[in-house]
Design a protein around this ligand. Structure first.
Ligand code: HEM
Length: 134
């Protein structure tokens, strides 16, 4: 009897596989690209991207099943509300996802982790669209 059910890894299990270090490397690779991106860079209110990089990293550590430092420091994520000031249309969403895809390709994560991360990022990014296409 074939008991293998093709089930995707839940986000909560990702930290246990790639750890603090894997998440840090992924997000560093993402922010290296944001620094020169014509759509995304102008949206960041601060000159220095390091604090924004830390917030995303800490959020993902929490969301992927690691320590809850993000909650202690920032409270409930409220991602839709926190992104409301930034004009996220389909194009901005697609750019964010494209940079994250590049960052993912630079890591050597196990295939099931990459698949789970991809699904998660695509879904959350779509959920954060808050402007019609211009
Ligand atoms: C869809 C395209 C997206 C755009 C254009 C965008 C843009 C931004 C900007 C400009 C900020 C403010 C930077 C800062 O913290 O100072 C921010 C914060 C943040 N973003 Fe995004 N973002 C996008 C998608 C996502 C996705 C998919 C996630 C999660 C998987 C995410 C998670 C966060 C978090 C956790 C913060 C910090 C919230 C806080 O604690 O204040 N973002 N984003």
């Amino acid at each position: 009897m074939d008991l293998s059910i093709q089930q995707e890894l839940a986000p909560e299990n990702i930290y246990g596989i790639i750890g603090e270090d894997g998440i840090a490397r992924l997000i560093a690779a993402f922010y290296r690209q944001v620094a020169t991106d014509d759509i995304l860079r102008p949206m960041y209110p601060e000159e220095d991207l390091a604090p924004a990089e830390m917030r995303l990293r800490e959020f993902l550590v929490f969301r992927f099943g690691g320590p809850q430092r993000y909650i202690a420091q920032r409270g409930h994520p409220r991602l839709r509300m926190r992104h409301a000031p930034f004009p996220i249309d389909q194009q901005a969403r697609d750019r964010w996802v494209a940079l994250m895809e590049n960052a993912l390709q630079q890591q050597a994560f196990p295939a099931e982790v990459t698949t789970a991360l991809r699904t998660f990022f695509h879904e959350v990014a779509t959920f954060l669209i808050n402007r019609p296409a211009s």
